[in-house]
Design a protein around this ligand. Sequence first.
Ligand SMILES: *Cc1c(COP(=O)(O)O)cnc(C)c1O
Length: 314
Amino acid sequence: MRALSSFPRVPLGIFPTPIQKLKNISSKLNTNVYIKRDDLTGIGLGGNKVRKLEFLLADARRKGAQVVFTTGGAQSNHAMLTAAAAGKLGMRPILILKKRGVTERKGNQLLESLMGTEVILMDTDDYTDIYAEMDRIGSSLGVPYYKIPCGGSNALGSLGYVDCAREISGQGVHFDHLVCAEGSGGTMAGLALGARLFLPGTKVHGMMVDTDPFDQITPALMREAASLLEADIGISGEDYHLVDMCGPGYAIPSQEGNAAISLLAKEEGLFLDPVYTGKAFAGLLKMAEEGAFQKTDNVLFLHSGGAGGIFAML
Ligand SMILES: *Cc1c(COP(=O)(O)O)cnc(C)c1O
């Protein structure tokens, strides 16, 4: 297997991120719940995209890109963080976002306006249109450009979360369960592959917050990332567990998600977001209710960030 450290990487974040025990939640649920603070990754408002961008922007830089395109919804945390990181590295970010949801100067749109980011809102529901528009604009600029897919969720981006699993393996607690949100798939695929490689005995649960076919996306991305790493392992349905927590729709707050946000705010003084982590934590609560965790189990929840969404959507 190829070492993760052999891949080009730009330092953007502060790692390792801390792991804390949620004492009040643990006694309520009668198990041991911990939180991995990837909301504290050190640039923008923090969040999971920083780990992916360390690999993706290193690749962009190595290829001589002067312009970096990415996409997502109008309030995409990934797009905002790409703008922050690319700008810091001296590349020019251009965001082509889907014109749906909150497009006012709120949340991530406000942060983009503070950074002076070029944002184009495109009236389409199809990312193929958006990638074609990137090529149209990119080729008219006459400088090398680099396209990062929605959520940074390709095999290279997923390596950020393979590395996160490696990081967790050195933080002193054995976890029986690891719970994260799944939106475009790279985080879950990276963690599930990383668990195979570095966290034997840890089950990874992906809380789906969108309606894409994650039962296909997850293993496909895991296999692609494994092949980048030249890791000779087979991936099966045993390696990941998916739970539908989307509720009324992607980026539409759900009742369970909002209740989870209030619970964590009140009990632990921590803030989850309405699009991803609130719904994912609601999934953890649901699993606890269904008796999925033993009293002596250690359960790790990945706080993947998303603070911008609180101020746009709640
Ligand atoms: C993008 C995002 C996720 C989901 O990660 P994917 O790799 O896209 O599945 C989870 N939480 C937050 C806050 C995000 O911005």
